[in-house]
Design a protein around this ligand. Structure first.
Ligand SMILES: Cc1cc2nc3c(=O)[nH]c(=O)nc-3n(C[C@H](O)[C@H](O)[C@H](O)COP(=O)(O)O)c2cc1C
Length: 317
């Protein structure tokens, strides 16, 4: 089934593989989705610039179909925007922040601009900035979550607010029924993240994919745990053992801070596991961590920055 957005983008199906950072939607997944008639969107923003460019070129080697490149506006993007224009990337997708300073520059370079939002107000700002497509992201979405409203409620509200601009729906869509529901709401495409994360071409560790596939609707939580370099930005993640431990540690820290401001937070061996996604490894994995110091640092990062006296004690172990 084709929508007007399919015609605009030159794709067969109204299905988009969401960009998933830092490098989970690499060229293989992007090209596989684009080759199958959907639209793949690369996320490689935290790579050094030469590698960022290389990833874009790799997509081009794997497909001659349209694809996108995603940039999160919390981080500096000037260099990456210039590379996208230079590499004639057909679609640049933004998230988290105000796209206004970049929209005309990107469009005049020949690319179309997507912007993902989580509220009607942000959709209106993006429309005013002249983006080509708005992605309405419901609170069900995996990864970083911009708003508080469910996909079912947000999508029609955004469509009405920015008409006639095309709107795509993101958040909690994992199969054909979800795609049909998104189209029934008036969306012109479904943006699918988590489901594609579990696919062969995506880069997460196989164990993480297994966990995704065996998870149910109760098994995610919205938290700020994986906020390194991007603090206080809430994201939905699987409730792994590490996440459960972090939640316990956080609550224990809160209680201890209340009752005994001089105690350090105890850290069990179970904490010696972390979710890591780093350039170079090419894999996201659950890895053992050998340094207690790192654990303490992570725990430190997760406890409110207001508790500086407590934080200093976290290093004493
Ligand atoms: C692991 C993960 C990482 C994500 N990283 C990004 C990102 O770097 N940039 C972005 O615009 N969206 C990112 N998202 C959000 C997606 O764009 C999209 O809104 C979401 O995946 C849709 O919900 P779903 O996961 O239920 O399909 C990420 C999502 C996941 C699951």
């Amino acid at each position: 089934m084709k929508t007007a957005l399919c015609e605009l983008l030159g794709i067969e199906y109204p299905i988009v593989a969401a960009p998933m950072g830092p490098d989970l939607t690499g060229p293989d997944l992007v090209a596989a989705v684009s080759n199958a008639g959907g639209l793949g969107i690369l996320q490689a923003q935290l790579a050094p610039s030469p590698l960022f460019r290389e990833e874009i070129r790799r997509v081009r080697e794997l497909t001659d179909k349209p694809f996108g490149v995603n940039l999160i506006l919390h981080f500096p993007v000037d260099e990456q925007v210039a590379i996208c224009i230079d590499e004639r990337v057909p679609i640049v997708s933004f998230f988290w922040g105000d796209p206004t300073p970049y929209v005309e520059h990107v469009r005049s370079g020949g690319a179309k601009v997507f912007h993902q939002i989580g509220s009607v107000a942000d959709a209106q700002r993006a429309a005013k900035a002249n983006v080509d497509v708005i992605i309405a992201q419901g609170v069900e979405a995996g990864g970083h979550v911009a708003g508080e409203v469910s996909t079912l409620a947000l999508v029609p509200r955004v469509i009405d607010a920015v008409a006639p601009l095309p709107v795509a729906a993101a958040g909690g869509i994992a199969d054909g029924r979800g795609v049909a529901a998104a189209l029934a709401l008036g969306a012109q495409a479904a943006i699918i993240g988590t489901r594609f994360l579990a696919s062969t071409e995506a880069r997460p560790h196989p164990e993480y994919k297994k966990k995704l596939l065996s998870a149910n609707e109760d098994d995610t939580i919205r938290t700020t745990l994986f906020g390194f370099g991007w603090p206080n930005a809430s994201h939905r993640t699987l409730r792994t053992r590490f996440v459960e431990d972090w939640l316990e540690t956080k609550h224990a820290a809160k209680n201890r801070a209340r009752t005994n401001r001089s105690s350090a937070i105890p850290l069990s061996p179970a904490k010696k596991c972390r979710f890591s996604a780093s350039w170079g490894s090419r894999q996201t994995s659950i890895q053992p961590v050998t340094s207690d110091r790192w654990i303490c640092w992570r725990a430190k990062a997760s406890v409110s920055s207001a508790r500086s006296s407590l934080r200093q004690k976290l290093f004493v172990r």
